[in-house]
Design a protein around this ligand. Structure first.
Ligand code: SF4
Ligand code: SF4
Length: 358
């Protein structure tokens, strides 16, 4: 996938599996809306960052992205130290957070520490009467107080809004509020959490029913079903273009395992079995469970056959050894945009300044 670390320009981290919320479709929440029992509660440490960032001392990364499958980096007790350490190894740090942990004084200091390198994305799916319907346990007033403290101290902030049926009518109002408060960007995302399932709604831990808004990419889905017998046949046969390779990016999970992308960093810890996990079993049988453990192998993991040969072959030239992995066909197949962060599922606006997507 990458021959050496010189080719990597971005690292995406699932720094922690801690979070103060229980969003119903998050990997940290089981199907019965309890804390996922298969997910270890753990964090990356300063020592881990020393291993991770060592190759980028004289070859600064473009971006470190904190966007976890299982946790919110702001909730981690090791975050303050690792943030300060990582500032010297990258041009930018992007943090995606629900914004409701910590106090305004902490957020004020964060803006000062992060200087021009930090960009915080506040995930706020609605207004005072709706955000908590999906973001279970969140407090809108506290988020706004935290975001305001951060922005007023000079921090760059983006408001990211996942659209559901219950908040769709508030997009314009939220955008106006974002502008008034000094957010630099406003992004609307269609959630992928209901993709490829028959579910259109889910009951949260607090008993709210959260409904998906009808997908605007339904036509693309119908189109592949007119070509292939079903979605799985599409996944097995579609041409694949790897999003993370194109973006020169890799993913590290909260146990310091290196994965080719964020979509690979989830199935090992999901509370339920998935088609993804079933297809992972093949390469895990070949290579063992710890082949990608950077605490054991450091950056030598990148030289492992999995990263050097398996992935590339499995995408468009699979065979019995290098079998196609379900996650790749599903996520990076060319005819259907599965992920919420890409293509038609993503709409970002600059409110007052020029900022490229990271
Ligand atoms: S805020 Fe993020 S990490 Fe926390 S429960 Fe929600 S989706 Fe998961
Ligand atoms: S799912 Fe597969 S093809 Fe897509 S970004 Fe990840 S490794 Fe690359």
């Amino acid at each position: 996938m990458f021959e050496n670390t010189l080719q990597i320009r971005k690292l995406m981290l699932d720094h922690t599996s801690r979070c103060n919320l229980m969003c119903p479709q998050c990997g940290r929440v089981s199907k019965d809306q309890k804390l996922n029992p298969k997910m270890p509660i753990t964090d990356l440490t300063l020592n881990d960052y020393k291993i991770l960032l060592e190759p980028f001392k004289n070859n600064q990364l473009e971006t470190i992205i904190h966007c976890g499958n299982f946790g919110d980096v702001i909730a981690s007790p090791t975050f303050d130290k690792t943030l300060l350490y990582s500032l010297d190894y990258t041009d930018k740090i992007r943090i995606e957070t629900n914004g409701s942990a910590r106090k305004p004084t902490w957020w004020n200091e964060l803006a000062q520490k992060g200087k021009d390198k930090l960009h915080v994305v506040f995930s706020i799916d609605g207004l005072k009467d709706t955000n908590h319907l999906y973001r279970i346990g969140s407090n809108f007033d506290k988020i706004i107080a935290n975001a305001t403290a951060y922005i007023n101290a000079g921090g760059k902030a983006e408001w990211q809004f996942i659209e559901f049926e219950h908040n769709y009518h508030q997009i314009e109002e939220a955008e106006k509020l974002a502008k008034d408060l000094g957010f630099k960007n406003f992004t609307v995302k269609y959630t992928a959490r209901f993709q490829n399932t028959n579910k259109k709604e889910i009951k949260t831990r607090k008993g709210n029913i959260v409904k998906n808004k009808e997908s605007h990419i339904k036509k693309d889905y119908d189109n592949i079903l007119s070509i292939y017998k079903d979605f799985d046949e599409y996944v097995a046969n579609t041409d694949i273009t790897c999003k993370f390779k194109k973006d020169k990016r890799l993913f590290i999970d909260m146990e310091m395992r290196l994965w080719p992308c964020c979509w690979f960093g989830g199935p090992k810890y999901f509370s339920h079995n998935t088609k993804q996990w079933e297809s992972f079993k093949h390469f895990l049988n070949l290579y063992g469970e710890d082949f990608n453990d950077m605490r054991k192998h450091g950056w030598n993991v990148l030289q492992h056959e999995f990263f050097q040969t398996y992935l590339e072959q499995s995408w468009n030239n699979p065979n019995d050894k290098y079998k196609r992995i379900y996650t790749c066909g599903r996520t990076c197949g060319q005819k259907y945009e599965f992920s919420s962060g890409y293509g038609k599922n993503w709409n970002t606006k600059e409110l007052s300044y020029e900022e490229n997507r990271l």
